[in-house]
Design a protein around this ligand. Structure first.
Ligand code: FMN
Length: 392
């Protein structure tokens, strides 16, 4: 993300735009803020000036450079315009092509993507005129981020609250992603499986699903049609993803094969159990003196079976290894007919289970190993997709 124009209008959520400006800056963007005169009643231009290090624009006729026309000059090399919060008033003007202040004028001249984040009282938001204007703006190519439901500043409950700046930031990043997976039917598995011993106990592993969910989100951002087969996690499914919840490896096997046929890309990031207790007690097992044994049965190998019926699909697997990392991964790749294998070295700090970062190596069909530095899982997800995009 390079240059972003952040438009702030006169809504009570204008204070949250300061946090959004900070997040955009932290994400590496050069941020230029335009405020409507009404917005300055809620938060001062000085706040944005201090946060962005750039002058804040309010008055269309203020002569700053002596040579350039502000709304045209500001748009030069701009990658994105974000209007957050977007008032009912500003959206009405934008929808009818009015250009009576710097922000509405700039909107008409913008040729880059425009994100709007409506925010207002629930009755205002649900008014048919406001809804018509939002639809109209979407029809004109604006990317509209829906407001959240919850307690509003006016004390009532309903839809109209501006989403968390972090979510708006994620939305803006998604808008700017290349849509190089447009329409690609993709199947991602994520999270741990649980193999019950009795009604209250199970065998599992520490996977939280972060890596698989990051891949599902990244695929959606890049236009793919994603089904996410997920073990039990505390994560929220990325918007637009078809999520299928499962518990055991056998359930995951069935769910994966139900969606396999129509998938062009399959990424198996779940941490599945190879074994399950042979007997599952219907009642909670009582403790007794002395040793206790659990007999295990082998689960079906999902990735192996997928590999047998691969056809022209792209099949990507993950390996979590603690020894002979590359030899084990190469063997797994051959045995399971994979196109790409992503290897977590579980002994590396910051890698593997339950952390937001990962340090991996990638091996492709040529056998070449690429060792990647410690990366945020979101960033790594996009990196892996860059590699896959070349194969599709
Ligand atoms: C305290 C207060 C809070 C307001 N909050 C909102 C709001 O959240 N959303 C909205 O659409 N209008 C809100 N308004 C009304 C706008 O400020 C008003 O429509 C104004 O003309 C918007 O101008 P602008 O779109 O040029 O920024 C609020 C007004 C006041 C006095």
């Amino acid at each position: 993300m390079k240059k972003v124009v952040l438009g702030v209008t006169g809504g009570v959520a204008a204070y949250k735009a300061a946090e959004l400006a900070r997040l955009l800056m932290r994400g590496g963007a050069e941020v230029h803020v335009i405020m409507t005169p009404a917005a300055t009643e809620f938060i001062t231009p000085l706040t944005f000036q201090a946060l962005t290090g750039n002058p804040v624009y309010v008055n269309m006729y203020a002569d700053r450079s002596g040579e350039k026309i502000q709304h045209i000059d500001l748009l030069e090399n701009t990658d994105l315009v974000v209007i957050a919060p977007a008032t009912a008033n500003t959206m009405a003007k934008m929808a009818s092509g009015l250009a009576d202040n710097l922000l509405t004028t700039l909107y008409l001249a913008a040729r880059c993507p425009v994100v709007i984040v409506p925010s207002m009282n629930v009755n205002m938001y649900e008014h048919s005129v406001v809804q018509d204007n939002i639809k109209k703006l979407a029809g004109h190519g604006c990317q509209v981020m829906d407001p959240e439901a919850g307690e509003l500043a006016c004390g009532v409950y309903g839809r109209g609250r501006m989403p968390d700046p972090l979510d708006i930031y994620a939305f803006t990043r998604a808008v700017l992603r290349p849509k190089d997976f447009a329409g690609v039917k993709s199947l991602v598995s994520a999270g741990p499986t649980r193999e019950p011993l009795d009604p209250v106990r199970f065998l599992s592993n520490p996977s939280t699903g972060l890596m698989g969910y990051a891949l599902a989100r990244a695929l959606t951002e890049r236009g793919a049609d994603v089904t996410l087969i997920s073990g039990q996690t505390h994560l929220q499914a990325p918007a637009g993803v078809n999520k299928v919840d499962v518990t055991t490896t056998e359930e995951m096997f069935d769910a994966v094969f139900e969606h396999y046929k129509e998938s062009r890309l399959v990424i198996k990031a779940a941490a599945v159990s190879d074994y399950r207790p042979l007997e599952v007690s219907e009642q909670k097992v009582k403790k007794s003196d002395g040793k206790s044994m659990i007999e295990l049965a082998r689960n079906r190998d999902i990735l192996f079976e997928l590999g047998k019926e691969k056809g022209d699909r792209v099949l990507v697997g993950f390996a979590a290894e603690t020894e002979d990392i590359f030899d084990n991964a190469r063997q797994k790749m051959d045995r399971k007919n994979l196109d790409l294998i992503v290897i977590n070295n579980l002994k590396e700090p910051g890698a593997g289970f339950a952390v937001p970062t990962n340090r991996v190596s990638i091996i492709d069909r040529s056998g070449e190993v690429e060792n990647l530095p410690l990366m945020d899982k979101e960033e790594l997800a996009h990196y892996i997709l860059d590699r896959i995009a070349r194969m599709l």
